[in-house]
Write a new protein. Structure first.
Length: 161
């Protein structure tokens, strides 16, 4: 199977990082703290429920969404930003013209918009991490994803030296 455009772009990024001495592994077996010898075994464990893939980083990286997201995820992210920030402005305007009680809509708009952006970002990260070993390695190395094994209580994430 031919690599996707996203995979080729990620491979270029990994090569640039490795040229700068970052040491991004291109295979799952390249991570010493991850107990998997191959990506296929990791995927099999995730699909069977033995392991779980989580988004690990707190911050969202807009560049990653633009690189990894499909159009629907990018649209949901943009719509979420409009709901969050447009809702704040609309709430202030409504409060000024109608009633100051409408200021209570500010946190509602912010939370709803934030949830939309977070869900679209998480979807893009987890979908692409499950689609390619190279992308998984890049996201694991950059701290965007982690692997949890509930039966043993172990949680694996990349730790920089």
């Amino acid at each position: 199977m031919a690599p996707s455009e996203t995979e080729l772009t990620v491979e270029e990024l990994v090569d640039i990082l490795n040229d700068k001495g970052k040491g991004v592994p291109k295979k799952v077996s390249g991570f010493p703290n991850l107990p998997y010898d191959s990506y296929e075994i990791l995927l099999s464990d995730i699909q069977s429920g033995y392991a779980r893939l989580f988004r690990f980083a707190y911050a969202m990286e807009p560049g990653l969404l633009s690189l990894l997201g499909i159009p629907s995820e990018k649209f949901a992210n943009t719509f979420g930003l409009i709901v969050a920030y447009g809702g704040i402005i609309a709430s202030i305007a409504l409060a000024y013209f109608i009633s100051w009680w409408l200021l209570i809509l500010i946190p509602v708009a912010f939370v709803m918009g934030g949830k939309l952006t977070k869900n679209s970002y998480n979807s893009a990260i987890l979908r692409t991490a499950s689609s390619s070993e190279l992308i998984f390695c890049f996201l694991y190395f950059s701290g965007q994803v982690s692997v949890d094994v509930p039966s043993t209580g172990d949680h694996y994430f990349f730790e920089r030296d």
